[in-house]
Every structure is written in C-alpha cells, then in structure tokens.
Design a protein around this ligand. Structure first.
Ligand code: NDP
Length: 251
C-alpha cells in the first residue's frame, strides 16, 4: 500500500517517454489554466457581463503567469524533489492530474458564485504582493538550478557555498543564505496574493494558501531529513549559518 501511494519506481518510462516528467508539467498545469478560463467565461455568462470582473482577471493572470513560468523554465523541474527523490505513485499521479487542475482553480470557481468587487488601488497592492512573491520564487529556484547545473558559472561567481563530501556545494549567500527554503517563501506569498482578490467573506478561497503552508512545512521537514543524511556535518554547518527554514525570524 505504501509503495502504491508513494511510488515504487522513481522515473517510470515507456521507451524514452518519462511519465513523471510529463505529468508534473503538462496535463495538470495546462488543465488548471483551461479550468480557470472556463470559470472566467462562466462568470461573464451567468452575470451577463461584457468583460470579466477585476478579481477574476487578477486570479486568472497570476495563475497563468505561474503556469507559463513553470513551462518556460521546464528544465528547472529536474532538480526538484518530485523528480529527484519521490517515486511516481498514486500521490504524485493524483496530485498532478486531478488535485492541481481541480483544486488550484478554487479561487476562480468561488468568484463565479460570489461576485467580488475590488478597487484599482487594492488590485494594484495585490499585484505588488504577487510580484514580490514571484521574484523571490523565480530567483531562488533559478539560483539553485543554475548552481546545480554548473557551479563554475561565472554569473554565480559572487555566491559563496559550503563544500560537502558528495562533491556538491551548499549555497550560503544569495537567496539560499536568506532562509533555507526561499523558493517556498516566494510560493507562499504568491498563494496569498491569489486568494486576496476574493475578499474576506469566505474561507474557501483561502483553502489553497492554508493547505499550501501545511504542504510546504511538511515538505521542508522531509527535505531537511534527506539533506541531513546526505550531507551530514556540512548540512549542520549550513543550518548554523542559515537558521530559518522558510519564514525569516519566525520559522
Ligand atoms: P527544492 O527545489 O527546494 O529542492 C530541494 C533540494 O535543493 C534539496 O534536496 C537539495 O538537493 C537542494 N538544496 C537545498 N539547500 C541547498 C543549498 N543551500 N544550496 C544548493 N542546493 C540546495 O524542492 P521542491 O522540489 O520541494 O520545490 C521546487 C519548487 O516547486 C519550489 O518553488 C516549491 O515551492 C514548488 N512546489 C510547488 C508545489 C505546488 O503544488 N504548487 C508543490 C511542491 C513544490 P541537492 O543538494 O540534492 O541538489
């Protein structure tokens, strides 16, 4: 049962077709955008609008940016835990193909039944929150991905790292010197920005951000465990240099 859930095979393939790599990015993420778009059209049709509400435009645009970014930086998925560590079992298959398109579109779904009016200044403030989250998320992920692909890259020459017995280094400056999972921090800030356009009348649009914090805190603990086993003393030195896991000065 455990193997079925977490996956026995790390990278199951049919010939050169990698099932997990495909499912991680294409059907679920593109499906999510399609469901969001359907919600946008439903809102216009049901409420007889000539254009979608500002809230709906924000939710659709923020999440479209996230999906386009993932597809644009497709190769960055190769250094994520899903690809390098987790097997392709029910958890990932269901997550990629069902959970992502049908649960991550909850905010757009909510707006169809609960029209929410926000002003332009509020929309601008929420957009700034999303941009800050996106900037942290993208630069942290790119920094780690580029460093893993080519630690000698001249563009990374200003970054310091701790050498480990495995030959891989652990970045201790830049985003990875700020907190131990800066990419999670950026992702959580964006998740909040996706909920805010729905107002504060209902908990449903906030399901994603609450669930996501739980997921990433648990995921961070799993990664911490692996890294401790993999890097031993070097990881302990890293934790001393960078004491906070996700949220600076909090956790
Ligand atoms: P990460 O991309 O954070 O990868 C963790 C790995 O990075 C570690 O195992 C280690 O691997 C390496 N690493 C850790 N610290 C350092 C360091 N200081 N210097 C260099 N390398 C380091 O993990 P995830 O796969 O969890 O996340 C990838 C992205 O996907 C994140 O932005 C996350 O927010 C997002 N995500 C989104 C989800 C969603 O549903 N929207 C779900 C899950 C994740 P090694 O040393 O072996 O290279």
């Amino acid at each position: 049962i455990y193997d079925f859930f977490t996956g026995h095979e790390l990278n199951p393939r049919i010939g050169s077709f990698d099932l997990k790599y495909f499912c991680e990015l294409r059907p679920g993420l593109i499906g999510w955008v399609v469901v969001n778009l359907a919600m946008l059209l439903a809102e216009m049709k049901i409420h007889n609008l000539s254009m979608p509400s500002l809230s709906m435009i924000l939710v659709n645009s923020f999440q479209l940016l996230y999906v386009v970014d993932a597809l644009w930086n497709e190769e960055a998925v190769l250094t994520t835990m899903d690809i390098t560590h987790d097997g392709f079992g029910f958890m990932l298959a269901f997550g990629d193909l069902v959970w992502v398109p049908f649960v991550y579109s909850l905010q757009a779904f909510y707006l169809v039944g609960h029209p929410t009016v926000i002003s332009w200044p509020v929309a601008a403030a929420i957009t700034i929150v999303n941009c800050i989250g996106y900037y942290i998320f993208r630069s942290a992920n790119s920094q780690k991905n580029n460093f893993r692909r080519n630690p000698a890259d001249p563009k990374l020459a200003n970054l310091k790292f701790i050498p480990t017995a495995t030959g891989k280094g652990l970045l201790v400056t830049g985003w990875w010197g700020f907190v131990r999972h800066p990419n999670y921090l950026g992702d959580i800030i964006m998740a909040l920005a996706w909920s805010l356009p729905c107002g504060f009348n209902h908990i449903l649009p906030y399901f994603y951000v609450i669930y996501f914090i739980c997921l990433l805190v648990h995921r961070e603990a799993r990664d911490e465990h692996h890294c401790k086993q993999k890097y031993g003393l070097a990881w302990e030195r890293y934790c001393q240099r960078v004491p906070y896991r996700i949220f600076p000065y909090i956790y």
